[in-house]
Design a binder for this molecule. Sequence first.
Ligand SMILES: C[S@@+](CC[C@H](N)C(=O)[O-])C[C@H]1O[C@@H](n2cnc3c(N)ncnc32)[C@H](O)[C@@H]1O
Length: 289
Amino acid sequence: MLSISAEDFLFWKKKQLSKGGDKESFAVLLECLGGISTSDLNLISINPAGNLYLKQNLESLESIWNEHLLNSCPIQYICGITFWRDLKLKVSNKVLIPRSETELIIDIVCNLFRKKSEKLFFVELGTGSGAISIALALAYPLSDVVATDIDQDALEIATKNYLNSSKQSNLRFYCGNWWSPLESFKGKIDLAISNPPYIPKDTYEKLPKEVKNFEPKVALLGGEDGLKHIREIIHKAPLFLKDKGWLILENHFDQGEKVKQLLIKNNFTSIEIVKDLSGIGRFTIGRYK
Ligand SMILES: C[S@@+](CC[C@H](N)C(=O)[O-])C[C@H]1O[C@@H](n2cnc3c(N)ncnc32)[C@H](O)[C@@H]1O
């Protein structure tokens, strides 16, 4: 551990942020590689007396920050780590960096299923880093969770993340196209969740380079209108959900009404568009009959 005065550290931090980039990415760098948590930062900003202890020296942190600013590679991929809810997850360019707006999906589930003592069966389609499924498996230790993805590399990362986050054994991973690995669970699922690729083709082409050049296309592109995968998931959901089973989908900021219509067309009830913390209709939920 390297000791540095809090004052010198704050001066250095200000200099780094003046070069560009965002505070959140800088906080990830400090926490993952520097060993300085957000609460450490809050403490020294209130009282800059005393010392801080760093895992890496300022020169090496600065060169990583410069690399991030130069080539726009997300800091999470450079560090190989991200934070999501209370989880610390490995990430590589094989998986989407789980977004903070997606965190709310777990609160939606906790509102729908209040009794943690029940044994339920949850599935997540397109798990990526495993964030949603791991959080669910931890929140509902008596329930079973199955997570799928079309990408075997993503599943390997998700499996590692699960083993690092938990000693439980109520989460399993399967590889395949949407519902296809779940044939043996037809009619047995209490809740299916998906944050599928939903970016329309035109929008995908114009994504910022830190997303388009680094995050997997398979995790982002939702066909011409962005709804290709959402349509497929909704269309087959009735075969797999239990009577009155729930489907929760994350969608693009302007897709809520269209997803609602798709759910109505496929005989879902109790449909609701749920807003994220920015007031965007980010999730569409419904119940099969
Ligand atoms: C938007 S990412 C979501 C990842 C993660 N659930 C999250 O919220 O951060 C979509 C995920 O769906 C997976 N995917 C894409 N097409 C798929 C398909 N046809 N069947 C299953 N999974 C698919 C991608 O590999 C990716 O991991």
